[in-house]
Write a protein that binds this ligand. Structure first.
Ligand code: NAD
Length: 286
């Protein structure tokens, strides 16, 4: 059984980002900039925003954290986004979710300039992914793909099953796997005989939000099992996969914590660098 170590893989990707940021600065005099907006006082959101800011500092990306009070109106948030859309120092914009209930999240995400949309949630980026033009792609599923690539796991012709159909993880994950020539099934809360579908998978991705949901009877021996879930149980983080028992059946598996999580943040920086290059008209490889 191969343990897919997210921290190690994230460190490799991060080094590439540091090199890319340095090259942009030296050759073009540009420092990529990321703005993260947080509205309100949600404790988990504050932790995530803090980690994003720290990751920017570690890679040389300029970072602005914009903290707005919980009572900020939708119009005020839209006008903050307009300013950031026009700000040349800012190449990537991220609005930390969830937003307070009085704000229409869709309207906010639609307002972000698509070429600064480092979360990849704008309909233009979602549509491009759907037709196989990968521009700014959602960080978590893109991180899973990078993890598979770096680990030397090929997707061509493989049976992949994604449990979960959210816009943030499940659907983009399925599109990315499909573009790499996997044969993809998407399962969800209404799927009949879920275990039987999962047992078909050479690559099983769990993005459900239910602790220890995937058990060994759902896993084909030797399958690659990717656990996207983050659940808090008795003050400990656990995934959607029952790691202890599934690791005895799987060919490779991600732990929680230390699996997909570390890749999500690094892919945000990857997207910020990519967005900067897009805006400068530079090829991605520069
Ligand atoms: P979501 O709640 O938006 O979607 C969950 C999906 O699971 C839904 O499509 C639903 O149909 C499916 N589902 C629910 N119950 C099911 C069942 N009994 N059988 C089959 N399918 C079922 O969640 P999300 O935003 O996609 O996140 C999923 C998990 O991934 C959460 O634990 C979340 O915290 C985690 N997550 C982790 C990262 C990371 O960086 N590792 C990033 C985003 C989300």
């Amino acid at each position: 059984m191969q343990l897919l170590d997210g921290n190690k893989i994230a460190a490799t990707i991060k080094q590439g980002i540091v090199d890319g940021v340095n090259a942009l600065r030296e050759e073009h005099g540009i420092t990529p900039g990321l703005a993260v907006i947080i509205v309100g006082e949600d404790p988990a959101s504050k932790v995530y925003v803090g980690r994003k800011h720290k990751a920017c500092e570690e890679t040389g990306v300029y970072s602005e954290v914009i903290k707005l009070p919980a009572e900020t109106t939708e119009e005020e948030l839209l006008s903050t986004l307009d300013c950031l859309n026009q700000n040349d120092k800012i190449n990537g914009i991220l609005v930390q979710l969830p937003l307070p209930k009085h704000i229409n999240t869709e309207r906010i995400l639609d307002q972000i300039r698509p070429d600064k949309d480092v979360d990849g949630f704008h309909p233009l980026n979602v549509g491009n992914l759907g037709i196989g033009r990968e521009g700014l792609v959602p960080c978590t599923p893109n991180g899973v793909i990078k993890m598979l690539e770096i680990s030397g796991i090929s997707l061509e012709g493989k049976r992949a099953v994604v449990i979960g159909r959210s816009n943030i993880v499940g659907k983009p994950m399925a599109n990315l796997l499909l573009s790499r020539n996997a044969t993809v099934n998407i399962c969800h809360s209404r799927t009949k005989d879920l275990a039987a579908v999962c047992r078909e998978a050479d690559i099983l991705v769990a993005a459900i939000g239910k602790p220890n949901f995937v058990t060994p009877d759902m896993v084909k021996p030797g399958a690659i099992v990717i656990d996207v879930g983050i659940n808090r149980v008795d003050n400990k983080l656990v995934g959607d996969v029952d790691f202890g028992s599934v690791k005895e059946v799987a060919g490779a598996i991600t732990p929680v914590p230390g699996g997909v999580g570390p890749l999500t943040i690094v892919m945000l920086l990857f997207n910020t660098l990519k967005a900067t290059k897009l805006q400068l008209g530079l090829p991605e490889s520069c």
